[in-house]
Design a protein around this ligand. Structure first.
Ligand code: SAM
Length: 242
């Protein structure tokens, strides 16, 4: 029986009659793990062409072919929201990328700050986490995950029109108000490292006209919790949850 619950990211064009060549990992997942055979149906997406129903046309041990038939969902872009965060321990960094994908960030940028103290970052693994999260949550878009960039360098070239929601634990319950309704425009959320931001970084951020400072409540959250809380706050007030 066709199991259209299975969703697979494929980095190939999608359209009616389009044939998709599966790589070894995808073939192993569909035919060995999920035990699908010729004629079974799954859903595929590539982050650009929406979601499509596709049937298994050939099933081999290391390869296979799918044939697309109908579109099952259009491409749904998230709001123009970037998540900037200082990487932490591996599992918690993976969690941040997974949750950013589920909660609807368009781009994820790990930043090196003065007090960033992280395990070595494997961007290919982080990108794979974003793909898996999109497969699992029904998303048709996969956020871009950038290489780690020094915060200073990023801020030096910061676009004039993109606002930054700086999550500042020192505000202790007091926050600047997020704009209410109207044209939202491009935004980014900034989450600091476990050690917080240095005084120089705080001064730099406070001097930027694009920066809006936010409190996430009276308790100090771990960086991964803070990322989820800030994305939730922003999406509910300015994003696609409204
Ligand atoms: N080292 C800091 C301290 O002990 O004061 C804590 C840093 S916190 C673990 C990591 C990041 O999460 C912070 O830099 C901030 O961006 C965010 N964060 C955590 N709790 C927050 C809060 N209550 N309000 C705003 N941001 C918060």
């Amino acid at each position: 029986m066709a199991d259209t619950k299975i969703r697979l990211f494929v980095d190939q064009p999608l359209g009616a009659g389009q044939v998709i060549a599966l790589n070894e990992g995808q073939a192993n997942y569909l035919f060995a793990v999920m035990r699908l055979g010729v004629g079974a149906a799954i859903r595929v997406f590539n982050g650009r062409d929406g979601e499509w129903r596709a049937e298994v046309a050939e099933a081999g041990k290391r390869k296979g072919l799918l044939m697309c038939d109908v579109q099952t969902a259009p491409l749904q872009m998230p709001p123009d929201l970037w998540l900037l965060f200082a990487p932490i321990k591996k599992a918690r960094t993976d969690f941040i990328v997974e949750k950013a994908t589920e909660l609807g960030a368009a781009r994820v940028i790990p930043v090196q700050t003065r007090f960033t103290n992280a395990d070595r970052i494997r961007i290919d693994k982080l990108r794979a986490h974003a793909v898996e999260a999109a497969e699992q949550c029904g998303g048709t878009y996969v956020p871009q995950v950038d290489e780690v960039v020094p915060l200073e360098k990023l801020l030096a070239n910061w676009p004039a029109e993109r606002r930054i929601l700086w999550c500042n634990e020192h505000l202790a319950g007091v926050a600047e108000a997020l704009p209410d309704g109207g044209e939202v425009g491009p935004w980014a959320i900034l989450i600091g490292p476990e050690g917080g931001f240095s005084e120089a970084e705080q001064a730099r951020l406070a001097a930027m006209p694009q920066v809006v400072q936010a409190s996430l409540g009276p308790r100090i959250l771990r960086a991964d919790t803070a990322a989820v809380a800030a994305l939730t706050l922003w999406q509910a007030q300015l994003g696609d949850w409204r």
